[in-house]
Design a protein around this ligand. Structure first.
Ligand code: NAP
Length: 309
């Protein structure tokens, strides 16, 4: 039987890479991946795993139309943190190309509108833009499913590495307070998306939250303490203090955590659905165990021989 083809955008990155690998592993669809650079190591690796690699750019709609030729499905992810406000136009290009190509199942990695959740009080462009794009795809009546991916566990390796508090104890801090923070290993998202592609009748028109755990930051810190053998704690930093910090995106992230703290009490239903689609979803504890060495590489070494508890 001839397999149908799914175009995976962002396949050299975290989400798209996970989707491409999961689709290749289940072998129900041909995988075509979009990249701006077909000769990168990641593109070559996926090619060796069986993906067809095509060059294209979300800034260039014709390249997207070419990439979608004869495709059944498309997985779409847009990257705010590289393109900022231009994410919106790139998403429009993607969605217009999906519509013009007659794609039968579009899975777009969207997020809730934090502007709406906070009744206009806080702007969180990396979420609000995706919510607007979700709305745009719905307005074009594209057969779509929207996945809302939780905070990556991998952020502890990249954006939010544990910090030393000066007493050889480790902490992480932001304005999340005691409210549960849904989180996930981005590596587990792919099998959820593959499951969605396998069940179009059930999932077209729906929104699916992808999460692997839903705990308070204090609970995540306790897991890190236990697994790393060093005291790790969560420090609540209030929204205004965090927004004034000197790093790019500080205000945006301050608003994101503040809206979550105030308006998203839990995402338990997302966990239930994610686990139904991918029974191998990792809890945070499982992920920390599997990634202990990588975490240890990014945490500051203790100042003294003995950890201060
Ligand atoms: P990533 O690992 O940084 O990868 C970005 C991917 O986008 C790469 O594969 C890159 O492909 C592709 N790309 C970038 N610009 C492109 C362009 N102009 N044309 C075509 N492809 C382009 O990103 P990710 O983590 O998978 O996804 C980022 C998104 O996830 C962000 O928008 C963020 O808001 C969202 N998100 C993040 C979290 C989190 O906790 N971090 C949670 C939920 C959602 P090439 O370089 O090969 O072209």
């Amino acid at each position: 039987m001839n397999k149908q083809t799914i175009l995976v955008t962002g396949a050299t990155g975290a989400q798209g890479g996970s989707v491409a690998k999961a689709l290749l592993a289940q072998d129900q669809f041909n995988v075509r991946m979009l990249t701006r650079n077909a000769s990168s190591a990641k593109a070559k690796q996926l090619q060796q795993m069986g993906a067809e690699v095509v060059e294209g750019d979300l800034d260039n709609k014709q390249s997207l139309l070419d990439a979608m030729k004869d495709c059944y499905g498309v997985f779409g992810v847009t990257n705010f943190w590289e393109h900022f406000q231009n994410e919106y136009q790139q998403g429009i290009n993607l969605i217009d190309a999906v519509k013009a190509s007659g794609i039968q199942h579009f899975v777009y990695s969207s997020l809730p509108s934090y502007r709406k959740l906070s009744m206009g009080k806080y702007a969180v462009p990396h979420c609000d833009i995706k919510a607007d794009l979700e709305q745009y795809a719905r307005s074009l009546e594209i057969p779509s499913t929207f996945v809302h991916v939780a905070f990556y566990y991998e952020n502890f390796l990249t954006f939010f590495p544990l910090q030393d508090d000066g007493n050889s104890n480790l902490f992480f801090g932001f304005p999340q307070g005691d409210t549960k923070l849904a989180a996930v290993s981005v590596e587990d998202c792919g099998a959820v998306v593959a499951g969605i592609f396998n069940h179009p009748k059930e999932y077209v028109g729906r929104k699916v939250g992808i999460g692997g755990d839903d705990k308070s930051c204090a609970e995540y810190a306790a897991i890190l303490s236990r697994e790393l053998g060093r005291r790790v704690y969560f420090r609540h930093i209030n929204r205004d203090t965090y927004a004034a910090m000197d790093f790019p995106g500080a205000e945006e992230l301050a608003n994101m955590f503040e809206v979550q703290r105030l308006h998203i009490s839990n995402r338990l239903l997302h966990l239930i659905e994610s686990n139904a689609l991918n029974p191998a979803m990792q809890s945070f504890e499982q992920w920390v165990r599997m990634n202990k060495a990588a975490l240890e590489e990014v945490i500051p070494a203790p100042l003294a021989e003995e950890t201060v508890y």
